[in-house]
Design a protein around this ligand. Structure first.
Ligand SMILES: [Zn+2]
Length: 302
């Protein structure tokens, strides 16, 4: 039985006022929930180190990075992100991007690895948006390619929201293919252009979704030949999600995640997973939903 690397950090949580739509403790809640699973014994837990300002310049403007580091964003810029600035928010933002990078490196070594955070796909080059400060997906991909760890990367983003920041940042990167399957009527209302966008109407259910997913995965590999896949397994496609307009059940999400992971495993392409979005007033319920991709990884690889 092969152990699966899980990447997390005890400083991932974000301090937020009560009743904020984003769950402040979502990252530690997820880890605590995962510890209760029987597949926890099959995990190796690793911790990232902070990225430097210079590291992040591979995708973000230095001025923006420094504003995040030093708390110099305007009210308007912070409102667009949706969080208030704090030392803790700044610190976790520099950590989480390297969490995704470390997850990718582990996946390259071991075929699969899972990040207990990541998927901050609304962050752009010089501004943050929609609870996303830095764009971990584009940062990790560009860093891996620059360091010659892989030559071609597919980012498959199944969060209910379009990966607009990722698509825009990577629009001229021919070695990174961006695919986003998202709900047309969800944020962002002005979409950017991924290499492949699949727009879904409201209320798509499990069966309809899996059928579209099958076609999409095959389509990606028809066009592109990746050496690594980064998978954003956002659970805001869930029928009870507070923001998403789709109708997937937890069982449907498990099928989705197993489909994606087994599809690339069967082709011997390493896959790194990130948790993406998920919104609920019920913290326990949300943690359970984010556990699904870890369960899927375990079931496919064991
Ligand atoms: Zn989302």
């Amino acid at each position: 039985m092969k152990k699966i690397s899980w990447i997390t950090h005890y400083q991932y949580d974000i301090p937020l006022p009560k009743n904020h739509r984003f769950t402040s403790s979502k990252f530690s809640d997820l880890y605590e929930e995962l510890k209760l699973k029987d597949f926890y014994k099959n995990a190796v837990v690793l911790k990232p180190k902070k990225a430097s300002v210079e590291d992040l310049e591979i995708v973000h403007d230095r001025e923006y990075i420094l504003k995040i580091k030093n708390g110099k964003l305007s009210e308007k810029e912070m409102r667009q992100i949706g969080f208030k600035w704090s030392e803790i928010l700044s610190n976790r933002s520099f950590l989480a991007v390297n969490g995704t990078l470390l997850t990718c490196k582990q996946a390259i070594k071991k075929q699969i690895a899972c990040h207990l955070a990541g998927g901050t796909h609304h962050a752009h080059k010089n501004f943050g948006s929609g609870y996303c400060v830095f764009n971990d997906l584009s940062y990790a991909s560009k860093t891996l390619i620059k360091n010659n760890l892989v030559k071609k990367i597919l980012i498959i983003d199944l969060d209910v929201h379009q990966g607009d920041g990722t698509a825009k940042i990577l629009q001229y990167d021919k070695d990174i293919f961006t695919c986003s399957v998202h709900c047309k009527n969800n944020f962002p209302f002005r979409k950017t252009k991924s290499d492949l966008d699949i727009e879904l109407d409201d209320n798509v259910n499990d069966n309809e979704y899996i059928e579209i997913l099958n076609k999409t995965l095959n389509e990606c590999l028809k066009i592109f030949n990746p050496e690594l896949v980064i998978y954003d397994a956002g659970v805001d496609v869930h029928k009870n999600d507070k923001l998403g307009n789709l109708q997937l059940t937890s069982n449907g999400i498990l099928k989705r995640d197993k489909k994606v992971i087994s599809f690339f495993k069967n082709k011997s392409i390493p896959i790194a997973t990130v948790i993406g979005g998920g919104y609920s007033d019920n913290k326990a319920e949300l943690a359970k939903r984010h556990c699904i991709v870890f369960q899927a990884a375990y079931e496919v690889f064991n």
